[in-house]
Design a protein around this ligand. Structure first.
Ligand code: ATP
Ligand code: MG
Length: 650
């Protein structure tokens, strides 16, 4: 082994060995058994064209493909020459197969209001919205930005764009004026769809005022379509602004979905920005449709009577693939909840589940750790017996949080699927299938169909079992992004040239002898302590396993002797005090002296993106005693950095 290979490897430090078999009752009736997974997975690699043609064949296409895949690295075209429409497949197709009266969306506002749309009703709204967009001058290929609260109109607007072939770019409603303006300009959007306001923690967020400010610096913008969510009293600019309800009232009720090339762009979505400048990730129609359709069906074991709730906002890729497109393509009943998880208190999610008899819950580790911090009593007061499956996405889930989720929320009855994927991958890439595979808490698991992962060194040497390195994907997959919008050079450089010939995910990981992949942090977050490369996630998981710690973030600080030393930011569990001496001893015991934090900061909050991810680059600056530098606009709570800077390390 060369020196380069050695230093490229990431040491495994956490000795997590729990293996949890799928609950028997669940496994007995699961859609995909272990044998079936093995058979399908083998075929998906051995005969990818046949495999993907069969899956795609379950959906409607107006023109068939000439070729399943055209791979000109690093550019792929899937279902070449075919024409289809994803909104048609999500709506018209489901109505045609008898689901017209089935509930498509059950929406609950933060104030408790409930609105329900059947598949027929949703289709009718989307047809009118599509005609309204056309009336505003929107044509296939034009970019339409959405800056909206999580209301049904957000999904309707996305589907209406897809129906006419406009490319949507959803900007999370919590983003600032400048973040919105940057994204409007990067996408060169012609139309902005927004709302007068959104409800958040009992208050109103004035989206229209932000939209007006951003529009001043967005020269390509021609029209603004405004949904009334609050008082309908927003000032409207004549000639530019139109109320959504007026536009829809004036629109024709009939609309035929545009037949679009399989490679027609469907959406641009900017990544969360946890590692740097957000990238405009571009997805296209056919492959994305097939990928989200198959993964939603198999990973969530969807059945006709499921009530499925993915808590992600449509501003994130999870909201695109698993709140809107994937479940609607499968004819599922989707729950949407507009507000904060702690409004009026931390029992709100459990209330939504009890009220709507939710059967499948898909949420993020950051939310799970927040619930855990409040203790077991609150969820215990609700009837969660309708739940049969739980999912996690967005970050590595610490084994302790996994166990809590399975026990307290899942009643030890529900399998937990930990799904690894990215904005760039479009759909779930690594997970366990709920009735087929045992879970190993903290490890995402096995590749989905057609996904061929590997762990490599930077030099491209493939590593063996339990050797930590860089996570890569060795072949193209249908829902992969096609480019970075307006910056194909960045697409090549950041994703395909880092290690030539493979897709570079930017995450550190290892794979065990059973093929389970454990993501141990982003590559930028790997620490080098006395020549050992340690993943942040493993140290954080050890910290969170201590009863006094609710959340933890670990970063490196330059150290003359060791190269880097470990610095931990910890958030105490409600009702506990953190004892730094005991905590250091605990980390030494769990994973070894090497990982013991040199400095600990007991925090009242951690800097997170608005999607709930810890922004470690700011913590690295704080740990090194530097001034905060870089874009803080994607932070959930901008004040947190100041408070941390004023708190001493112990
Ligand atoms: P940016 O690329 O701008 O920094 P981001 O990577 O946070 O933003 P996303 O595409 O939403 O934006 O997140 C994908 C990343 O989230 C993955 O690369 C990985 O680091 C992490 N991640 C998501 N799901 C999991 C999971 N189940 N286990 C471990 N890590 C996960
Ligand atoms: Mg990323």
């Amino acid at each position: 082994m060369s020196d380069l290979t050695v230093s490229d490897q990431i040491d495994n430090v956490l000795h997590e060995t729990r293996v949890i078999a799928p609950p028997e009752a669940f496994a007995a009736q699961a859609r995909v058994s272990r044998e079936r997974y093995d058979e399908l997975y083998r075929r998906s690699l051995g005969d990818p064209d046949g495999f993907w043609a069969d899956v795609a064949g379950e959906l409607d296409w107006t023109t068939p493909w000439r070729q399943v895949l055209d791979w000109q690295p690093p550019h792929a075209r899937w279902f070449v020459g075919a024409e289809t429409n994803i909104a048609h497949n999500a709506l018209d197709r489901n109505v045609a197969r008898g689901l017209g009266d089935k509930r498509a969306i059950v929406w609950e506002g933060e104030d408790g209001e409930v609105r329900t749309f059947t598949y027929s009703q949703l289709l009718a709204e989307v047809k009118k919205a599509a005609n309204a967009l056309t009336a505003l001058g929107v044509q296939a290929g034009d970019r339409v930005t959405l800056y909206m609260p999580l209301v049904p109109e957000a999904a309707i607007a996305m589907l209406a764009c897809a129906r006419v072939g406009a490319v949507h770019s959803v900007v999370f409603g919590g983003f600032s004026v400048s973040a919105l303006a940057d994204r409007l300009n990067d996408a060169q959007s012609k139309v902005l769809i927004t709302a007068d306001a959104g409800q958040r923690r009992g208050g109103l967020v004035n989206l229209k005022a932000n939209a007006d400010e951003a529009a001043k610096n967005a020269p390509t913008l021609e029209k603004m379509l405004v949904v009334c969510r609050a008082n309908c009293d927003a000032p409207m600019q004549p000639g530019r602004d139109v109320w959504w309800r007026d536009a829809l009232a004036a629109a024709d009720a009939e609309h035929e979905a545009a037949a679009l090339d399989s490679e027609h762009p469907l959406f641009i979505l900017y990544t969360s920005g946890s590692t740097g400048k957000p990238k405009g990730v571009l997805h296209t129609t056919g492959g994305y449709m097939v990928g989200t359709y198959l993964t939603t069906q198999t990973v969530f074991d969807l059945r006709d009577d499921d009530v499925y709730w993915c808590t992600a906002d449509v501003g994130w890729v999870t909201g695109h693939s698993y709140s809107v497109y994937g479940p609607l393509l499968n004819g599922a009943t989707v729950v949407m909840y507009e507000g904060a998880p702690n409004h009026p208190d931390w029992g709100r999610f459990w209330d939504v589940i009890q009220k709507h008899r939710v059967t499948i819950l898909y949420t993020a580790p950051t939310a799970i750790r927040s619930f855990m911090r409040q203790g077991d009593d609150l969820p215990g007061r609700y009837d969660l017996s309708s739940l049969r499956l739980l999912g996690s996405v967005g970050e590595p889930i610490n084994p302790e949080a996994w166990m809590w989720y399975a026990r307290v929320i899942g009643g030890n009855r529900c399998p937990v699927v930990d799904t690894w994927w990215q904005t760039e991958t479009g759909a779930i890439m690594l997970t366990t299938l709920p009735g087929a595979h045992p879970s190993k808490p903290g490890s995402a698991g096995l590749p989905m169909f057609g996904v061929e992962p590997a762990i490599m060194t930077h030099a491209g040497t493939e590593l063996g079992p339990d050797e930590g390195g860089l996570l890569v994907i060795k072949r193209p997959w249908p829902s992969m992004f096609r480019t970075v919008y307006g910056d194909d050079e960045r697409y090549r450089r950041s994703y395909w040239e880092e290690i030539p010939g493979v897709y570079f995910a930017g995450d550190g990981a290892r794979r065990d002898a059973d093929g389970y992949v454990t993501v141990i942090g982003r590559v930028d977050d790997v620490l080098n302590v006395s020549g050992h490369r340690l993943g942040t996630m493993e140290i954080e998981s050890a910290l969170v396993a201590h009863p006094s710690v609710a959340e933890a973030a670990v970063v490196g600080r330059p150290d003359e002797v060791k190269g880097e030393s470990v610095v931990a930011f910890v958030l105490p569990q409600v009702g506990y005090e953190v004892d730094p001496v005991a905590l250091r001893a605990h980390v030494s015991r769990e994973i070894g002296a090497l990982a013991r934090p040199d400095a600990i900061l007991i925090a009242d909050a951690l800097p997170k993106t608005r999607s709930g991810k810890i922004m470690r680059r700011f913590l690295r600056q704080l740990a090194a005693g530097k001034e905060i530098q870089g874009d803080t606009s994607t932070l959930e709570d901008p004040g947190v950095l100041e408070r941390l800077a004023a708190t001493p390390f112990v």
